[in-house]
Design a protein around this ligand. Structure first.
Ligand code: AMP
Length: 111
């Protein structure tokens, strides 16, 4: 079981900013920008690499939640969405999640 499953199960606290039947969004504990939100599916998919064609609606849903949370948190100057996958992608929690970053200009390319 991952730490994100424990957040879904309310076993450990999180600063939740959005929730619906399919997903949960909360503040990253080690924010890399003034606003840094993680959007996760309640259904535990380990990574984007391990998702399947059947997950297409759920993956789309996560991006729509990112858009709604960006509006809710007033990221009017723009924002970035990131999905790290696997070791080289820098994924550290094996429960698929979308990072939503904003509140400052973000550099490109990422490291
Ligand atoms: P990644 O490296 O893409 O797998 O992202 C995992 C993210 O989860 C990191 O940015 C961590 O700071 C964040 N994180 C880990 N544990 C927690 C937690 N308990 N609550 C909120 N964010 C967390």
């Amino acid at each position: 079981m991952t730490i994100f499953q424990r957040i879904i199960d309310r076993e450990i606290p999180a600063d939740i900013v959005y929730e619906d039947d399919l997903s949960l969004a909360f503040r990253d504990i080690n924010g890399q920008a003034p606003t840094h939100i993680l959007i996760i599916p309640k259904q535990a998919i380990p990574s984007l690499a391990e998702s399947t064609d059947e997950d297409t609606p759920l993956l789309g849903h996560l991006l729509m939640v990112a858009r709604k949370v960006a509006v809710q948190l007033q990221l009017t100057n723009g924002y970035r969405t990131v999905i790290n996958s696997g070791r080289d992608g820098g994924q550290s929690v094996n429960h698929l999640h979308v990072h939503l970053l904003g509140g400052r200009p973000l550099g490109w390319p990422p490291g």
